[in-house]
Write a protein that binds this ligand. Structure first.
Ligand SMILES: NC(=O)c1ccc[n+]([C@@H]2O[C@H](COP(=O)([O-])OP(=O)(O)OC[C@H]3O[C@@H](n4cnc5c(N)ncnc54)[C@H](OP(=O)(O)O)[C@@H]3O)[C@@H](O)[C@H]2O)c1
Length: 340
């Protein structure tokens, strides 16, 4: 039987483009001892994939031109010789952009079973997987969130950011302000993503809005963007503030020499503040516990996953391209197939 796969056709020179990929028809993989044959249900896209395409990550295996595009997704196990991946289980794993994959339990990070069969499978790409875990790790482990903190989030309408205010509230926060580009996205922050106030970085005067919304300064900044925006926040820290460096998407397309030079770093020392980056995979031993906590908050109505889903494997390249122009509301993913 044949299946569809997206392979890397060329490396991007700036942002990813649709023609960096080629759709091919190829034989479905043949089941082998020691493996599991799985059917892809959903595939997620994330900014880090640009780095896979450029061979810039250390933890994904190097990608050559013609290779199946790397990516994680949710799949159903069809045949298995891995006790950890039983037939019928719905799992989250590194699948690649293809309809069927042969995987094993030695992948890094390991595949994991989604135990919450009462919740939609798509949540295995959003809140019950890396986007949700990243929000939780960033706020609790790195941000050491307290209920009285004045909290600011950049990239607030994206995959991770769309969940940060809800997770912060589940952890006891009272007020969370989000930054996003454009009026529609800012309205969605307030109406769908549990933010209490929104700053439109494309149209508002950022300094004025930050001063208005944080007259006594910022306690926790969950940063997905970096660059000049981070510098403005560095100038407005409260004593013992915590800056959580989740990502720096504004810098990803720049060459080393063109990156923003920060002017306000000395304010960390003046305010006894802390700035710390983290990598969510370093918390892999806790993923199952995080999944339980987040699933309980979804069932209680405290968290509503915000998922931006397009239909069909053909839409994958466009879904990735969209991230770099901010066209996504929430976690961007593609539905590839149905569970049987
Ligand atoms: N530390 C970790 O372990 C970890 C894990 C997962 C993700 N991350 C990082 O976290 C960040 C967010 O990931 P994500 O999956 O939420 O990405 P995402 O869904 O693509 O969202 C990022 C948002 O950033 C905004 N943006 C894009 N370019 C921008 C620019 N030049 N300036 C300001 N805003 C810009 C876009 O919204 P607007 O319309 O508002 O511009 C976009 O929706 C990324 O940097 C990613 O690499 C880190």
């Amino acid at each position: 039987m044949m299946q569809k796969q997206w392979v890397l056709a060329s490396r991007p020179s700036g942002a990813p483009q649709v023609d960096n990929f080629r759709l091919i028809q190829t034989q479905m993989p043949t089941f082998r001892p020691g493996t599991a044959l799985v059917k892809t249900l959903y595939l997620g896209v994330a900014p880090v994939m640009l780095r896979y395409m450029r061979n810039e990550t250390v933890f994904e295996r190097p990608m050559e031109l013609g290779d199946v595009m790397a990516g994680r997704g949710v799949a159903q196990v069809l045949q298995s010789d891995c006790p950890e991946l039983p037939v019928g289980a719905i799992i989250q794993a590194r699948l690649g952009w293809q309809e069927y994959a042969l995987i094993d339990n030695n992948q890094y990070p390991k595949p994991f079973i989604l135990p919450h069969t009462d919740l939609p499978v798509s949540h295995g790409i959003s809140t019950l997987a890396l986007s949700g875990f990243t929000a939780l790790v960033g706020l609790r482990e790195i941000g050491k969130l307290k209920s009285t903190d004045a909290i600011l989030v950049s990239g607030a309408g994206g995959g991770v950011g769309s969940q940060v205010a809800m997770v912060a509230k589940a952890l006891g926060a009272q007020r969370v302000v989000g930054i996003a580009g454009g009026q529609d996205k800012c309205r969605a922050l307030l109406s769908k993503m549990a933010y209490d106030a929104a700053i439109d970085y494309k149209n508002d005067c950022l300094e004025a809005r930050l001063d208005e919304l944080f007259p006594s300064g910022i306690d926790v900044f969950f940063d997905n963007v970096g660059g000049p925006l981070l510098d403005l926040v560095l100038a407005r820290l409260r004593r013992r503030a915590r800056i959580v460096i989740c990502g720096g998407i504004s810098e990803y397309l720049l060459e080393d020499g063109d990156r923003y030079q920060y002017k306000n770093l000395q304010n960390l020392g003046r305010q006894d503040a802390k700035m710390e980056a983290f990598f969510v995979y370093d918390y892999e031993p806790h993923f199952s516990g995080y999944g339980e906590e987040l699933a309980a908050w979804i069932r209680a109505g405290i968290i509503t996953p915000i998922e931006h889903i397009s239909e069909g494997i053909e839409t994958l390249p466009q879904a990735l391209v969209d991230l770099y122009v901010g066209a996504n509301f929430g976690v961007r993913m593609v539905r590839v197939g149905d569970a049987s």
